[in-house]
Ligand binder design. Structure first.
Ligand code: SF4
Length: 188
């Protein structure tokens, strides 16, 4: 994974490959979008060093979640022509799919929390509705999934921080409930 060059455009824009990091086995695996240029691309750790990372880690701490694993749909920072973060292209997401699946199989989380619609669609598919304002457990393709907004959405003021904290508390309750016993990701 650390030497992967499947995405030609991302090989040019990345500073490094940013693999998932955290506890194995994990209670929750958080799956975001891509390493940010001020965050993971600089520090080598997903959601570390930028405002989104600070928001996510603060919410995890407030909710009392332990043994989490944090990763992204793609492992390299995508940038536009002006050098700003951009969303990964569909082909780049497809290229990185095997790396994400391998990480989740290693982390063996009880619940996979999808941070934003891109992560949700990657793991739940397009047919399953993305409903982060009424989050609940959904089992799709053998995975126990939980839809949440990306922290950047909350930082932009598009979703109240108090509601986001409530969603994390709900996730923490679910982790402790019988509904989340066993592992969310079944091995092949
Ligand atoms: S985003 Fe994933 S598939 Fe693309 S070059 Fe980086 S590690 Fe490889």
């Amino acid at each position: 994974m650390m030497r992967c060059e499947r995405c030609a455009a991302l090989v040019r824009t990345r500073s490094r490959v940013v693999p998932g990091a955290g506890a194995m086995p994990a209670t929750v695996a958080f799956v975001g979008l891509a390493p940010g240029r001020f965050g993971g691309d600089r520090t080598g750790v997903p959601f570390d060093g930028d405002r989104s990372g600070a928001m996510l880690r603060r919410m995890i701490r407030i909710a009392g979640l332990r043994r989490v694993f944090i990763t992204n749909v793609v492992r390299c920072n995508p940038r536009d022509a002006a050098g700003r973060n951009r969303d990964p292209a569909a082909g780049e997401i497809a290229n990185c799919r095997g790396h994400l699946r391998a990480e989740l199989e290693l982390a063996r989380p009880r619940i996979v929390a999808c941070l934003g619609k891109v992560a949700w669609r990657e793991l739940a598919g397009r047919a399953a509705p993305f409903t982060p304002e009424a989050p609940r457990l959904a089992t799709v393709g053998g995975m126990r999934l939980f839809a949440m907004y990306h922290p950047a959405y909350v930082i932009r003021g598009a979703y109240p921080e108090s509601s986001y904290a409530r969603d994390f508390a709900r996730l923490a309750d679910l982790v402790r409930s019988p509904a989340a016993s066993g592992r969310a990701v079944a091995p092949d």
